[in-house]
Design a protein around this ligand. Sequence first.
Ligand SMILES: O=C(O)CCC(=O)C(=O)O
Ligand SMILES: [Mn+2]
Length: 205
Amino acid sequence: MAPRFHWLTLPDGEVGYLSQLFNLSEQQAYFQFLMNSVDWQYETLSLFGKQVVVPRKVAWYGDSEAVYAYSGVLHQPLPWTAELTKIKQKVEHVCGEHFNSVLLNLYQNGADYMGWHSDDEPELGDDPVIASVSFGASRDFKLRHKKYRKSQQPVVTQTLISGSCLLMKGATQRYWQHSVPKRSLNKVSEPRVNLTFRLVKLAEI
Ligand SMILES: O=C(O)CCC(=O)C(=O)O
Ligand SMILES: [Mn+2]
């Protein structure tokens, strides 16, 4: 039977989780490949006039026309590798979606993190579909509504384990923010690689 997503009960958003898209041997092989063969870079963003290094390593792969601009920086994708294409095909099949690019994040340990944000760049269109695959250490993924008030709405937590796939679609990026918070090195000492598959809408000429 085809694996099925478990849909979180969120107002104003559609977020599904599939805990085992990749089996143990696939997880081990892809993790090794991703750690060793991806062109990981520390990225510098300009935030309020200051140069800030992001607290994780990143890489951007995709179709050559899937150019992505964020924080004022144009990102030209590196060409797909055979392994990334294989991962993409499996993700597309189970999600029933098409993607033309992937943003990869490498969290070396619990000290690396990603702050609250929505993936709502204009290149992604009105209701972006994002599929997020994880290999390596488990990390907590948090979601909060943009109208979040501490007293009213709880923050939703989904732990993302190795081999899992999280799918965000519909109005999720309009109404929700997400993050991967820091953890102590006692709790998370191992690296995690995350791949977020995206469909960059091509500029109309
Ligand atoms: O590492 C994760 O699970 C989240 C990554 C993410 O939100 C992003 O790349 O925009
Ligand atoms: Mn994101």
